[in-house]
Ligand binder design. Structure first.
Ligand code: PLP
Length: 458
């Protein structure tokens, strides 16, 4: 039966924690990448057995699968936007599932919904948003962006035929998905040019707004990015906020990657203006180093989330409204949902805010150091200085050489890096965010770049 007695519960939990312990210890010596054999991939696809399996065999199978692929618990993880995967966050996820509380409404578990509200209000204060700001924890920045776009669409003056959205040509692709899901036609979306810092080109924005108004269109939504995925660039948010106010635009700031840097002094300076946003996305599984699956959406207008996610069911007639505590199912797309608040709350309680601030400051320092060291290599070209913690580089010799360097970095067994195209050229990104990343990774990039492209320091 699936009902376990106390010794069985203990044995299962011990075995699971032993597996995690094995993986965490193995990380330091394991290869950064281990190919997954086809036989294993096929075995993992198999349908579940009719009869019970024993714990040891089942966890051995899981371990075999978990020991393949890219190892994401090490400092060499510089690809895409790394998730720190803090162990305390993993334990919080276990506790959240173990408690199995329903946090979709407040009345079943008011104290735990209050915990989640505390987390959301802490995020809002961190960004300087006003007290009345409402929030929601979702699975990631993509869903937060989606709900934000729907909030904007539900504002009274949206006109399906004439309203126009403006976003950077380098905005995250989830925003295009969000606009599509919200029923906004591609002809009503303007992808704005970027300046030499990778930020929205304000002259282009001015020109498009004027042209659209002259053509009878209605400017509606402006999306700023605080930490673009490609380069970590932060749009001039204060200028965007001023334009949004002038033209009556809803300003959404996608701070999925950059938002947590508000904990640092340098980050706060860069994010100036974010406090004026109508809505903000902030991923806790990026800058706050938590395991995948938790992001915040903050909306400054009370009731906007509820209007965007309205719906009714007679079976919900017994759910009361508690004063001061929200029913999250009324604010978002989910009814049943994991207790995400705990994933943020527990690590913050255990490590303290200062530890997160220090980790983010360290990532900013590493990016600056990497930029300075790599810019000194004559074979490399670094098209922009890092605003946050992403460094971009390419070979002066062209795309083929850049691709060769990318392949060499990923084949080294020391690094996992990813790339993008910038100015029409293949460009390597180094994303410094993982708490275990150190100067050792910068040493490795420099050594491999010299070996692959040749050239001494300038
Ligand atoms: C700027 C930005 N926005 C949105 C997202 C999407 O976030 P998620 O992967 O959590 O859905 C990302 C992911 O990297 C991002 O960098």
């Amino acid at each position: 039966m699936h009902e376990l007695d106390a010794p069985q519960r203990r044995a299962l939990a011990d075995a699971a924690l032993a597996l995690l312990e094995h993986l965490y210890r193995r990380d330091a010596v394991a290869p950064l990448h281990t190919p997954a054999p086809n036989t294993l991939v096929e075995a993992m696809r198999a349908a579940p057995p009719e009869a019970p399996g024993d714990v040891e065999t089942v966890l051995q199978q899981l371990q075999a699968a978990a020991e393949t692929g890219w190892n994401k618990r090490v400092g060499g993880d510089l690809a895409y936007v790394p998730s720190g995967g803090l162990y305390s966050g993993a334990v919080a996820a276990l506790l959240a599932a173990g408690l199995n509380v329903f946090t979709g409404s407040a009345f079943e578990t008011p104290a735990l919904v209050a915990l989640e509200e505390g987390v959301l209000q802490w995020f809002a204060r961190l960004l300087g948003l006003p007290r009345e700001t409402e929030g929601l924890l979702l699975s990631g920045g993509s869903l937060a962006n989606q709900s934000a776009v729907v909030c904007a669409r539900e504002r009274g003056d949206f006109d399906p035929a004439r309203s126009v959205a403006y976003l950077s040509a380098r905005a995250h692709h989830s925003l295009h998905k969000a606009l599509h899901l919200a029923g906004i036609a591609p002809a009503q979306v303007r992808a704005l040019a970027c300046d030499d810092q990778g930020r929205i080109d304000l002259a282009d924005l001015h020109a498009r707004l004027a042209a659209d108004r002259a053509a009878g269109a209605r400017p509606w939504l402006l999306v700023g990015t605080a930490g673009s995925t490609d380069t970590g660039s932060v749009d001039a948010l204060a200028a965007l906020a001023a334009l949004a106010a002038q033209h009556g635009l809803w300003l959404h700031v996608d701070a999925a990657y950059g938002g947590a840097f508000a904990l640092t002094e340098r980050g706060r300076t860069l994010l100036d203006g974010i406090a004026c946003a109508d809505s903000v996305t902030l991923d806790a599984h990026k800058g706050l180093l938590l395991p995948f699956g938790v992001a915040a959406l903050l909306v400054r207008h009370p009731g906007a989330l509820a209007r965007a996610h309205r719906g009714r069911g007679d079976y919900l007639r017994d759910v009361p409204a508690l004063p001061g505590l929200p029913n999250y199912f009324e604010r978002g797309p989910e009814l049943s949902r994991p207790f995400r608040g705990l994933l943020v709350w527990l690590p913050l309680q255990l490590h303290g805010v200062a530890a997160f601030r220090a980790a983010l400051d360290r990532s900013l320092d590493l990016a600056r150091s990497a930029h300075a060291r790599l810019a000194a290599l004559p074979a490399l070209e670094l098209p922009l200085a890092p605003a946050l913690s992403i460094v971009v580089l390419r070979a002066r010799a062209g795309d083929a050489a850049t691709q060769a360097l990318l392949d060499a970095l990923n084949a080294s067994g020391e690094l996992h890096v990813s790339s993008t195209t910038l100015d029409g050229r293949v460009t390597i990104r180094l994303a410094f965010l993982h708490p275990r990343t150190s100067a050792a990774q910068i040493d490795a990039v420099e050594r491999i770049a010299r070996a692959t492209l040749g050239g001494e320091r300038a």
